[in-house]
Design a protein. Structure first.
Length: 329
């Protein structure tokens, strides 16, 4: 759901190290300035892939043996010990749910499956009102609670971390890179990324925010990053059409249905990539008017792409323009 391009090439003589690989059904990549006596790429890659494997084991809804899927299969009135990272994401999800008055919700997995977008989905379809009413009884963040190191539920809800797990992973990777003594890097997983420091030639890491096109990648805005995480949420890559209506994979938990407004994508830039990841989804769910008001009220650096007939309207929040002055490409 994240559509961001990183521009990090520099002169071939620059001492940049890089590696990449598969993760979370997509890919990850890391570029870093090694420096004198810095860690070798093989060592850094092993550390990064250890983190990604741990996140997958804890938070993936596409493997039945993950911590969260074992929890999801438990009946109502059950508890399960959870790693600290899982509990952190549950708490963050609760904050986003409260901030959106329930539109954002971590427990939408049964809805994703019902509409054809989830790990247990069989076919993309518009459910009947009766099917929707039945599944909505199994949705609601209020049914979750944390007791010590345990996650508990009082209804048969199922948690889905897909809107925030990658941002969390990037933050953990960033912390590990810095612990290894790396002071300048660009780390990315499934499109979420974080950049710290500068390239060897003294230039900043640059990130291109893409225009919403299915056929090609087009830079809509290029920003310089140092110390920020970036996440883009959009409705235009994962969707289906039925009866002339477009149905996105992004859900409003209050309606139990995919979003249908004109806001096509939202990019959020925050010091925390986890925060950027969650907020970009929250703003996309809220829609153009409510998202604009929310971003302004909370001083969020947000970049909006809004569908208008056969064209797109670009809008950036005051905080975005303050941090990243410039014009669309």
């Amino acid at each position: 759901m994240l559509l961001i391009g990183a521009i990090s090439a520099c002169d071939s003589s620059d001492p940049l190290e890089s590696f990449a690989g598969p993760t979370m059904g997509s890919t990850y990549s890391v570029k870093y300035v090694r420096g004198l006596n810095g860690p070798k790429p093989a060592e850094v890659q092993a550390e990064v892939e250890k983190i990604l494997a741990e996140v997958d084991q804890q938070m993936s809804t596409y493997r039945s043996d993950s911590d969260i899927e074992r929890f999801n299969h438990l009946p109502a009135d059950s508890c399960q010990p959870m790693p600290a990272g899982v509990l952190q994401l549950v708490r963050f999800g609760e904050q986003l749910s409260v901030a959106s008055q329930g539109s954002y919700d971590l427990t939408v997995e049964p809805l994703l499956d019902l509409w054809g977008f989830g790990p247990q989905a069989r076919v993309e379809r518009v459910p009947t009102p009766e099917q929707l009413a039945q599944v909505r009884q199994r949705v609601g963040h209020a049914h979750l609670r944390i007791e010590g190191e345990q996650l508990c539920k009082d209804a048969p809800v199922e948690v889905d971390f897909n809107s925030i797990a990658a941002g969390y992973a990037v933050d953990v990777i960033s912390a590990r890179l810095q612990a290894l003594g790396i002071r300048s890097f660009l780390a990315e997983a499934t499109g979420e990324l974080k950049a710290i420091g500068k390239k060897p030639d003294g230039q900043p890491w640059r990130v291109a925010l893409e225009a919403p096109r299915d056929d090609e990648q087009v830079a809509q805005r290029v920003v310089d990053l140092d110390g920020y995480g970036v996440s883009t949420s959009g409705d235009y890559r994962n969707y289906f059409e039925q009866g002339g209506q477009r149905y996105s994979h992004t859900f409003d938990a209050l309606t139990g249905a995919p979003i249908v407004h004109a806001l096509t994508s939202v990019t959020v830039i925050e010091p925390s990539t986890l925060s950027a990841d969650g907020l970009s989804t929250l703003l996309l769910i809220l829609g153009p008017e409510r998202a604009w008001e929310y971003a302004n009220e909370h001083k969020i650096a947000a970049f909006f792409v809004i569908r208008a007939d056969k064209r797109f309207i670009i809008r950036s929040s005051p905080e975005f323009d303050r941090l990243f002055p410039g014009k669309p490409q």
